[in-house]
Design a binder for this molecule. Structure first.
Ligand SMILES: Cc1cc2nc3c(=O)[nH]c(=O)nc-3n(C[C@H](O)[C@H](O)[C@H](O)COP(=O)(O)OP(=O)(O)OC[C@H]3O[C@@H](n4cnc5c(N)ncnc54)[C@H](O)[C@@H]3O)c2cc1C
Length: 384
């Protein structure tokens, strides 16, 4: 039964949705990640959950057919997007053709949740990366209804979420040609509980309430990653190297355990289209560079190519290759590293609270700040 996969579980929730006996529910562990709990009294050991699980049964992988560097022609769109704004162009192509779009938004409690958009306004809330795990909730059955009503569906999410949708379509024998799967390149998803706690911590520290969060503001340019949190009376704005939440993310302390063994961190792709940041942009012609954001796009299937043709009119495009794509892109090579202080970090956080954990493990604490500075200096000296 599905519970046996333990920490390998990616938390997509497909097993709980398809169980014919309704024996599976998704429950949060102490880190705030969802895992299946099986009611053994209801379970009939049909193993459908395991057969459909995107970790146990990954869908077929394809080698990307095209690798592209991409910028949206509208600078305002690019400014409000994480990289080059390719998600907006792809979703516009679907929405103008009477289709629907699924993607992650932040809800009123600052949790990432997947929702459905029929209009550009609803879709705009999906723009921007939310660096914690998004919950799929009722997505599977909403999507089935859309397919039965013959709508074109663009689903966007992490590679494991796209794989879960792909397995769901096969299991339900739904028309796969109506659904275009677009995956983000994903280093790993952070703990929703830690993020919510961080929001509460920040509100208390700043004596203010949060109105809006942008994980990748372009205030200092695309390459100088900045978190921007709009509060009632001020704007909290910090570079990733200075913000404690972003430090925990970069130090791989709060990432879901399964991401450290992700089966999708490889060159072969399971979705129709893959989108990410073009971090190796200096390998593109110099005239194409700028700090407004450049997306990397991998077109992996014929279905992906067809949507791409409809979206390309809104985009400035520069051809590239897989060798360039993989450099500076860990998610195309191997799963994210696991910090050997991760367990100690969580023990500290769970026993002593978020402030103690931030003091000990990030620059929020003076001792930890100096330790990190000394380490950086030592590394620089060793490199000489
Ligand atoms: C957790 C996470 C890790 C990432 N790691 C990398 C990386 O290592 N390398 C890299 O090149 N790119 C990474 N990305 C992707 C990158 O940040 C951009 O999403 C991508 O460049 C698309 O850019 P855009 O300008 O078209 O995006 P936007 O318009 O900003 O589009 C955002 C898209 O991301 C989806 N999305 C946002 N948050 C989530 C979430 N929590 N779960 C599922 N889907 C979400 C939305 O549904 C939407 O489709 C990551 C994104 C996330 C959420």
């Amino acid at each position: 039964m599905i519970q046996k996969i333990g920490q390998a579980c990616c938390g997509c929730g497909l097993c709980s949705q398809i169980c014919p006996k309704k024996a599976i529910t998704m429950q949060e562990d102490e880190e705030g990640f969802l895992y299946p709990q099986v009611d053994v009294k209801l379970c009939v050991s049909c193993e459908l959950c395991v057969k459909c699980c995107p970790v146990e049964s990954p869908p077929k992988m394809n080698e990307p057919e095209q690798v592209l560097g991409v910028k949206h022609i509208n600078t305002e769109v690019r400014c409000n997007s994480t990289s080059g704004g390719v998600f907006t162009a792809l979703s516009d192509a679907v929405l103008t053709g009477d289709g629907v779009v699924y993607g992650a938004v932040l809800d009123a409690q600052w949790r990432a949740v997947h929702t459905r958009a029929e209009t550009q306004n609803q879709r705009n809330a999906m723009r921007g990366s939310k660096y914690m795990q998004s919950s799929l909730g009722e997505t599977f059955f909403q999507l089935r209804k859309d397919i039965l009503e013959e709508k074109t569906v663009l689903f966007t999410g992490t590679p494991c979420q796209c794989a879960a949708i792909s397995n769901f379509l096969k299991k339900e024998r739904l028309r796969e040609d109506q659904v275009i799967l677009t995956e983000i390149l994903c280093t790993g998803v952070n703990s929703p509980r830690f993020w919510q706690d961080y929001c509460a911590f920040l509100e208390k520290k700043e004596k203010d309430s949060i109105l809006n969060v942008q994980f990748r503001s372009k205030d200092r340019g695309w390459t100088r990653e900045t978190i921007r949190i709009e509060m009632q009376n001020k704007v909290y704005k910090k570079g990733y190297e200075k913000d404690p939440f972003c430090q925990c993310f970069a130090e791989s302390l709060i990432i879901r355990p399964s991401c450290h063994n992700c089966p999708y961190a490889r060159e072969g792709r399971g979705a129709d289209i893959t989108i990410g940041d073009f971090w190796a942009y200096t390998k593109l012609p110099e005239a194409f560079w700028d700090d407004g954001g450049i997306s990397m796009v991998l077109i992996n299937t014929q279905k992906g190519k067809q949507l791409w043709k409809r979206a390309a009119g809104q985009l400035e495009v520069c051809g590239s290759d897989m060798e360039t794509a993989v450099c500076r892109q860990a998610p195309l090579k191997h799963p994210v590293w696991r910090n050997n202080r991760r367990d100690a970090f969580w023990r500290c956080y769970l026993n002593q609270g978020i402030e103690a954990a931030l003091r000990k493990y990030t620059d929020y604490g003076v001792i930890s700040r100096w330790k990190r500075k000394l380490k950086r200096c030592a590394r620089r000296l060793l490199r000489r």
